[in-house]
Design a protein. Structure first.
Length: 429
């Protein structure tokens, strides 16, 4: 596999993953191809040495692992990422009929750059629940992705907003509502649930609720004079999820338990049952140890020897905004993965965990650089420190440098993606 082949595979994965539910579905399909067996949380787990397994949470988070052939000197090697990205979520009772237009009521999910969503062909994807008359505790779940240029969030023309190029405040309740169709007084007013029912071939009366998100219909592209860039939405953080499962299936576990964890809801704080601040990862790790016939004492010993790579993305040096970078750490695209540091511990990297990661990078022949925020700028965080509240193991925060983070279309490096793939596969050897 070369860098361009891997980049094309990344684009294929992201284009098939308009929201977290479809990202997990795509990873599940790839794991099945490599003979991974699905486990259910409610079942008793019967695990075999050398076995390959995965378990889902909320259909928007997934954890997969391969067991070694021996129980001697066990440890977990973990690569963690997240499945969600900033976007718009559809509210309940979303239909707005206003002077000849049918619009949808939405709310912002995560820290989206709102202006990048304007004047684009958009559609809807997510999940819908319908009645289960035999078992009310388990309504029927349907994934839905409407394969149509369905709507658009339309800008106000410059003639009615002469100051637009000087910047303007976007009101998320007023300015970002997508237009779905033209209507008139003689028409029967269509509702979003009618569209859903037709798409799923179910009765509208059977629809109970939905989790639906807007997504940009333009597919990912390799761009640049030398084909050196990837431009696509949801790089943050499907790029890291993509590399984690590719590296997992490319390796056979040796003495360690190789494990990937793709959580949900990082963009809104991870405070959910499927988020990194839940006990899901720790519970699965403990159940693995117990299913191997070991006890809690052994679990704590194994945990103490384990290591996690928290993989999210980093900010690259932007040539139009050089003043936004730290004065000595200016990560460049094409120059390798960033180890992310912060004195306020918003990243988990320290000298020990960074040294571990650097050795794997050196063994893989891969480049590494450092990312830090300017000292006078408040930066973000990621799942590493959040996971540490549940799981006290050694951890490093890393990520490839990109531009346009949280735009509807982000901008990354083909070579950096391949560079990190080499490190992840080395880590799992």
């Amino acid at each position: 596999m070369n860098s361009k082949t891997l980049a094309k595979d990344l684009i294929k994965f992201i284009d098939a993953s308009p929201c977290a539910f479809f990202a997990v579905k795509a990873m599940e399909e790839e794991l099945h191809k490599s003979d991974y067996k699905e486990l259910k949380e409610e079942d008793k787990w019967d695990l075999s040495l050398g076995g390959k397994y995965f378990v889902k949470k909320n259909d928007s988070a997934i954890l997969a692992f391969e067991l070694p052939n021996t129980k001697k000197d066990l440890a977990f090697k973990i690569i963690a990422s997240h499945s969600d990205s900033p976007c718009f979520r559809v509210k309940p009772e979303p239909d707005i009929y206003q002077n000849g237009y049918h619009k949808l009521n939405t709310e912002v999910y995560g820290g989206a750059i709102l202006h990048t969503w304007f004047d684009r062909a958009l559609s809807l994807a997510g999940r819908v629940y319908t009645k289960n008359k035999e078992d009310a505790l388990h309504p029927k779940m349907h994934l839905i992705n409407i394969d149509k240029d369905l709507m658009s969030i339309v800008s106000l023309c410059i003639h009615q907003n002469r100051e637009v190029n000087k910047g303007f405040d976007i009101n998320a309740q007023k300015d970002t509502l997508p237009i779905l169709e033209l209507i008139n007084d003689t028409m029967e007013k269509l509702k979003l649930e009618d569209i859903i029912a037709k798409e799923l071939k179910v009765s509208r009366e059977d629809i109970l609720d939905f989790d639906l998100f807007l997504y940009d219909r333009e597919g990912g592209k390799i761009v640049g004079l030398n084909d050196e860039f990837v431009q696509v939405g949801r790089l943050d953080n499907l790029a890291m999820a993509h590399l984690s499962y590719k590296a997992l299936v490319a390796n056979k576990a040796s003495k360690a338990i190789n494990l990937i964890y793709v959580s949900d809801n990082e963009e809104v704080g991870s405070m959910t049952k499927q988020g990194a601040n839940s006990p899901f990862l720790k519970n699965v790790m403990r159940r693995i140890i117990l299913a191997l016939g070991l006890d809690d004492e052994e679990f704590y010993r194994v945990k103490a020897k384990s290591f996690m790579i928290s993989s999210d993305l980093a900010h690259a040096y932007h040539p139009n905004y050089p003043e936004k970078c730290d004065i000595t750490n200016m990560p460049k695209m094409g120059e390798g993965v960033c180890i992310k540091y912060a004195a306020n511990q918003s990243y988990t990297s320290d000298a020990e965990s960074a040294s571990v990661f650097k050795q794997f990078a050196e063994n893989a022949g891969a480049k590494v650089q450092a990312f830090l925020n300017r000292s006078d700028v408040r930066g973000g965080s990621t799942i590493g420190p959040i996971s540490s509240t549940q799981l006290d193991i050694k951890s490093v925060d890393i990520g490839n440098p990109i531009l346009g983070m949280h735009s509807v279309r982000e901008f990354g490096s083909v070579e950096d993606h391949y560079n990190l793939y080499k490190i992840f596969t080395e880590f799992f050897k």
